[in-house]
Design a protein. Structure first.
Length: 243
């Protein structure tokens, strides 16, 4: 086995660090990235930092400005709309493929159990808290990832991952509003609606109704898209966080 290239490993490590900071909002939209300061902070030379920034530019997270270097790309409501629309199309296609192929009884039982776990969380008599919202987020993400893995299409999975790589589009001074937007997707009423949509997807797959499964997934993701875009547009004026 060929040993990993240390220089490539360093580039990937730096890229992961910068990507996480961009997604978390620690590096704000529009911020200029300085090679020297990042190299000193991360304890590496400028070469892997430069390589990492070029990689993130290829991913669309950074833009290169002549004579200025790399800058964190600014995202707006249209970017969110477009990314969710692409994701809806791709994940819908994945469900269509599953519906055409058919699911075994064990796989169908596993998906049903995942939806049942979501139901148990949402119908617990306790207060709906941020912690429960985060639990719902984890269950929701696991459900979508399971369907993608079942589709067994590397190109599809990578394309969906790319569509999901939309960083926080609020600057670091807008923490309360950023948190509101994130939790908006996981408030109780929205989660209950998503639960019904998840169940419809599984039922369609169980009946091998490929077109219905595809449509149900598209509607599910587009509903979240419309909710988030509405929030972003309403809050743009007061937060000045959108491009």
């Amino acid at each position: 086995m060929t040993p990993p290239d240390p220089s490539r490993t360093r580039v990937l490590s730096v890229a992961d660090t910068l990507r996480t900071r961009i997604f978390d909002g620690a590096i704000a939209p529009g911020a200029h990235l300085m090679e020297i300061s990042l190299a000193n902070e991360l304890g590496v030379s400028r070469t892997p930092v430069r390589g990492a920034m070029a990689r993130l530019a290829d991913e669309g997270l950074l833009v290169y400005l002549p004579n200025k270097g790399f800058q964190v790309r600014r995202f707006n409501a249209k970017d969110v709309f477009d990314a969710f629309s692409v994701r809806a199309t791709l994940e819908g296609m994945g469900c269509r493929l599953l519906g055409e192929r058919g699911l075994g009884s064990e796989v169908l039982a596993e998906l049903t159990a995942m939806v049942d776990a979501q139901h148990a969380l949402l119908h617990d008599s306790g207060e709906w808290t941020d912690a429960r919202g985060e639990q719902w987020q984890d269950l929701n993400q696991a459900f979508h990832q399971k369907l993608l893995s079942l589709a067994d299409n590397r190109w599809l999975s990578e394309a969906v991952e790319r569509a999901c790589q939309l960083p926080v589009i609020f600057d670091s001074r807008s923490r309360p509003h950023k948190r509101d937007a994130a939790m908006l997707m996981y408030r109780h009423s929205q989660a209950l609606q998503a639960l019904d949509e998840h169940r419809s997807i599984v039922e369609a797959l169980g009946k091998q109704e490929a077109a219905s499964a595809e449509a149900a997934m598209r509607e599910h993701i587009n509903a979240n898209r419309d909710l988030l875009v509405l929030y972003l547009r309403q809050s743009a004026g007061r937060t000045r966080a959108l491009a």
